[in-house]
Design a protein around this ligand. Structure first.
Ligand code: MOS
Length: 693
């Protein structure tokens, strides 16, 4: 598609690298270093839930043909300090959880390394482990802040008194299980030491971030570490920060003097690269008979590991959603003998909104008010906790347009009223929200000798279409066609950039790209068309000086389900989402993000669940046979719309993040629809058959 002038943003461009991807020529991390003297490292995982490694018997394994090294605490190089205990690989003999990497085999082939890793004998001193999350756990504590740096608790007014005095109130507990990030491409790293520096071909969500962490760990100046990742097959948050396999590749390459590949297997994805923490949430709502909220109290209880604190920001969406004069949100955490949880698509918003939006549905029923009407009656004029105005807030518009498109007006609210053969049919609604954040980024824009343009930013295109969106943004800023612009991403040598996370990538990188392109145009205007010519931008000051406003995206999600009265099987038969996300840069890739998010939300509602084996202290499902994600046959036609929303207060593109909001309201919409269909309220995800019969 060829475009001219200033109209690239808003066009449905196909992914620039799409052809490379579907023809297999796009190279992913594991495919690099071909032709080099490559060795393979395979981790050996702890088989106890807590204790110490006493001894690793390396000799029999080293005697196997093709084995180059066996690495463990007893012989590993010492690393620099890290604030992430997960990355202190082989720095202690402590075992913090079952499945933790306690040794590794490096061998000539991946097959030899795997076989040998299976034969490593480790002597442990075992201690009893504690892996069960519960609200009354004696070690439950108040973390100093929640991810990434929100206040742990907030309180306005007197919520306890207001709740006690409310005409209508609900007091409900919801649980969400551990869920494991499973991007299509598992984590993979190729590490090469040369000229005293380290090069990593690494599947990640931010090459600048990986560079910074690894340079500290190996005590190198940042410019001696290079991280390359032009194509990444997804992350869902598990590749935002490096995990132990990245360190393993670098350590193994250092020990052996070889280029070393580490490919995390699908089974290992369930062990040491993070997961969404299981959460117990209590939501208390108080309202007048008219549904006007007088009290909102939302408490979350979660787990982290003993090696690193990760506190999910679960109740943060409740701070922004509905007006109520009296309110409190809290987070409490227990450090258990489990792997460290991490960010997973819409961490905080997604599980938090499952609880809040289920509770709003329950309150609507208690008040005898339509659930959409209840939300409209509690729409705040300003941020309900801080009083700060919104830059734009499209929730009401999304609810109204969604209701219209879904056909909500005809709905009989009586549970169990609709039948289709032996299936009970119901519909549900839930709101969505996601914060609009920008982080400082740098970028360069260059006019080449041939008159074409090259834009550089260490962004990560994890399959979202970020490279394509940035090309459109650059083309408009340069006032040329996208065909004349090449955007380089996925290399830490490019201008330093924030991660592809928090749905803030395009906004953060895009601002820097616009500023670099503007600077280049200005430079060309001043100096004439001198070629080549490069301009650079850094958005730190611009972002630090932006006015104080509440910046958020909103959405409304609708679900229809059919529940088999004989088997209890739930099928989602319709999903519809309407979103208010500012300006949509690329309708094609944006639609894919919303559909992907809603599909993942469907999986969260009905399938995804990592089950703790209490005896062994480990998540027992380790593959897609036992950990179910939504497959094509589970997913109906998903309808996605967005409203026109102009917001000049967020960034020069006027765009809000779209990668995560799609998952936020889906699970609650499905659970609310299941209640409408059956009269059964399922407050524990996933909505399994045994929870309905
Ligand atoms: Mo997203 S969990 O911020 O990659």
């Amino acid at each position: 598609m060829t475009l001219t002038g200033t109209q690239a943003v808003g066009a449905a461009l196909s992914r620039i690298e799409g052809r490379e991807k579907v023809t297999g020529t796009a190279r992913y991390a594991f495919e690099y270093a071909a032709g080099r003297d490559v060795a393979h490292a395979v981790p050996v995982q702890a088989t106890i839930g807590r204790g110490e490694v006493v001894e690793v018997d390396t000799d029999p394994v080293l005697a196997l043909p093709g084995v180059i090294a066996v690495i463990w605490y007893g012989n590993a190089p010492r690393l620099g300090p890290s604030d992430d205990g997960e990355l202190a690989l082989f720095q202690s003999n402590r075992v913090a959880y079952r499945g933790q990497i306690v040794a590794a085999v490096v061998a000539e082939t991946i097959e030899t390394a795997r076989e040998a890793a299976g034969r490593v004998r480790i002597e442990y001193r075992q201690e009893p482990h504690d892996v069960v999350l519960r609200v009354d756990h004696p070690a439950m504590y108040r973390p100093p802040k929640v991810a990434p740096d929100y206040p742990t608790d907030t309180e306005v007014g007197d919520p306890d008194t207001a709740l006690r005095e409310a005409a209508v109130s609900v007091d409900l507990t919801y649980t969400t299980p551990a869920q494991h990030n499973n991007p299509m491409e598992p984590h993979a790293t190729v590490a090469v030491w040369e000229d005293g520096g380290l090069t990593l071909y690494d599947s990640n969500q931010g090459s600048s971030a990986v560079r910074d962490v690894l340079s500290r760990l190996f005590e190198l100046p940042p410019d001696r570490v290079r991280v390359i990742a032009p194509h990444v097959g997804g992350g869902f948050g598990s590749k935002l920060a490096p995990h132990p396999p990245v360190v393993l590749a670098a350590v193994a390459a250092k020990v052996t003097g070889r280029a070393v590949k580490v490919a995390t297997t699908r089974q290992q994805m369930f062990a040491f690269v993070g997961y969404r923490t299981p959460i117990i949430q209590r939501v208390r709502l108080g309202a007048g008979r008219d549904g006007g909220l007088t009290a909102v109290i939302h408490d979350a209880f979660e787990q982290t590991s003993t090696v690193r604190e990760f506190a999910e920001q679960t109740t943060t969406p409740t701070r922004v959603m509905y007006a109520a004069p009296n309110r409190r949100t809290t987070h409490r955490l227990t450090a258990l003998d489990v792997p460290t949880p991490t960010f997973m698509r819409a961490p905080g918003e997604c599980p938090g909104m499952f609880a809040l939006e289920s509770a709003m549905d329950e309150l609507a029923i208690a008040c005898g008010i339509d659930p959409i009407e209840l939300r409209l009656r509690n729409e705040p004029a300003v941020h309900p906790e801080t009083g700060v105005p919104f830059s734009s807030r499209g929730l009401v518009a999304c609810l109204r347009e969604g209701a219209e498109r879904f056909g909500w007006a005809d709905r009989d609210p009586t549970p169990g009223a609709r039948r289709a053969g032996r299936r009970m049919v119901g519909t549900g609604v839930a709101s969505s929200t996601y914060p609009v954040v920008r982080r400082p980024s740098q970028a360069t824009a260059r006019v080449e000798a041939d008159g074409r343009f090259t834009v550089g930013v260490a962004a990560a295109d994890i399959g979202t279409g970020a490279r394509t969106a940035l090309t459109q943004i650059a083309a408009d800023a340069l006032r040329v066609s996208p065909d004349e612009v090449r955007v380089e991403v996925g290399d830490s040598r490019l201008p330093t950039a924030p991660i592809a996370g928090g749905s803030m990538g395009t906004a953060s990188w895009g601002t820097a790209v616009v500023r670099a392109c503007e600077a280049l145009r200005e430079e060309i205007g001043r100096r004439g068309d001198v070629r080549p010519l490069e301009a650079r931008a850094d958005t730190a000051d611009e972002i630090a000086s932006q006015p104080r406003l509440s910046r958020h995206a909103f959405g409304a999600q609708f679900a229809e389900v059919a529940v088999d009265t004989d088997t209890g099987e739930v099928r989602v038969t319709r999903l519809l989402g309407v979103f208010a996300v500012g300006r949509v840069i690329n309708p094609k890739t944006a639609r894919s993000q919303f559909i992907g998010g809603m599909t993942m939300g469907l999986g969260m509602a009905l399938m995804e669940e990592s089950v703790m084996d209490v005896e062994f202290g480990d998540y027992l499902n380790h593959d897609f046979a036992q950990y179910h994600v939504a497959a094509c046959a589970d997913v109906p036609e998903i309808e996605v719309h967005w409203i026109e929303e102009e917001d000049p207060q967020i960034n020069p593109m006027g765009s809000k993040g779209i990668g995560e909001i799609g998952i936020v309201g889906t699970a609650a919409a499905v659970a609310n629809a299941v209640h409408h269909a059956t009269g059964i309220r399922v407050r524990d995800l996933p909505i399994r058959i045994d929870r309905l019969v």
